[in-house]
Design a protein around this ligand. Structure first.
Ligand SMILES: Nc1ncnc2c1ncn2[C@@H]1O[C@H](COP(=O)(O)OP(=O)(O)OP(=O)(O)O)[C@@H](O)[C@H]1O
Ligand SMILES: [Mg+2]
Length: 313
């Protein structure tokens, strides 16, 4: 397998706050990586940093994508990659779609910018994409404004825009959280088909461990700005090593209880990077000892796994 993305020591600072604190991971072509962790742990920030969309932040580290460092590119070169080779489905569709532009034109614009399509070609292709993402009556919907469409439909439009140029990597940030369960399943199925069809790699950010289990090849678990565990998906679910991961999996709701986004059933709350010394999970961890006053590094433990813990399970 060829490495598509190689992120090393990515750190994102907003003022004094380190929202992402030295994360490293790689992604192979066509691979799907799940990025999980509690609200505020830095998942969206990491994705937005890779997209070059964080103006107010200070970035350190590197992110090699097809041989170029995404963190070092100037805005003009970033703009030529963004949307074409690297695309993102944003957590909040309302902010991602322009409210005053017809949705068909928004998708067509991506095609005109990156593929140099003329208006007629771009509209025809947008229509194809709308069909592909399961938008009913696509000819009519092309001319709709975002407020005339449901949340699920807006989400599909965003997906259509994101996949318009067959990106090599799609960053999907909670792509289905706002949607009802039936639509969620449809959208996830669609993303999986697209990744298979185009060999598109994906970073799937989600609170939903059921989604992680069904969709991803590997998982990186984040806690307070750091990756605390990374493993192939099956291995992680079978035998979580980090106490935080153990807690996360322990708080997966039973199927008969229905889905629930809330992972915060582990006692305590997330300590921020600013006031941390040592392991950030230690204040909530039943296994914590004196050793945990020193921050554990993410150490490979074999078979594609790594864990940052002095007392792994
Ligand atoms: N523009 C910003 N300015 C200052 N702080 C920010 C900014 N964006 C994010 N943060 C902070 O960075 C941290 C990580 O936020 P982020 O949105 O990446 O978390 P997340 O893991 O995506 O959470 P969620 O699951 O709720 O989407 C939070 O503490 C947040 O308050
Ligand atoms: Mg987020």
């Amino acid at each position: 397998m060829t490495t598509l993305l190689d992120v090393r020591d990515l750190t994102v600072r907003f003022g004094q706050t380190r929202a992402v604190d030295g994360i490293s991971f790689t992604l192979d072509e066509g691979e799907t990586l799940g990025l999980v962790g509690e609200s505020g742990c830095g998942k969206s920030t990491a994705a937005l940093a890779l997209m070059g969309l964080l103006e107010a932040a200070r970035l350190d580290g590197s992110a090699s994508f097809g041989g170029r460092d995404l963190l070092a590119l100037d805005e003009a070169r970033m703009r030529s990659i963004r949307g074409a080779e690297l695309a993102m489905i944003f957590q909040d569709p309302a902010t991602a779609l322009h409210p005053l532009i017809r949705v068909g034109d928004q998708v067509a614009e991506v095609l005109r910018t990156h593929l140099g399509s003329n208006r007629r070609e771009a509209t025809a292709r947008a229509l194809d994409l709308f069909r592909k993402v399961g938008i009913a009556a696509p000819e009519v919907r092309l001319r709709a404004y975002p407020h005339e469409m449901s949340g699920g439909m807006c989400q599909r439009v965003m997906i259509a825009a994101a996949i318009a140029c067959s990106p090599r990597l799609l960053l999907a940030d909670e792509p289905t959280t706002a949607l009802d369960v039936t639509v969620q399943a449809q959208i996830l199925g669609l993303l999986r088909d697209l990744s298979r069809e185009f060999g598109m790699a994906m970073i799937l950010i989600t609170h939903d461990l059921g989604v992680v289990a069904g969709m991803t090849d590997r998982v990186a678990v984040m806690y307070a700005g750091r990756i605390v565990e990374a493993a192939p998906t099956g291995a992680l679910f079978a035998a979580p090593a980090h106490p935080y991961t153990v807690g996360l999996l322990g708080s997966v709701p039973r199927l008969d209880a229905g889905w629930d986004d809330d992972l915060a059933t582990i006692p305590g709350s997330v300590q921020t990077a600013a006031d941390a010394s040592g392991c950030r999970f230690a204040p909530r961890c039943a296994r914590a000892s004196n050793a945990c006053r020193t921050e554990p590094a993410l150490i490979p433990t074999g078979e594609g796994r790594a864990v940052a813990c002095w007392h792994p399970a």
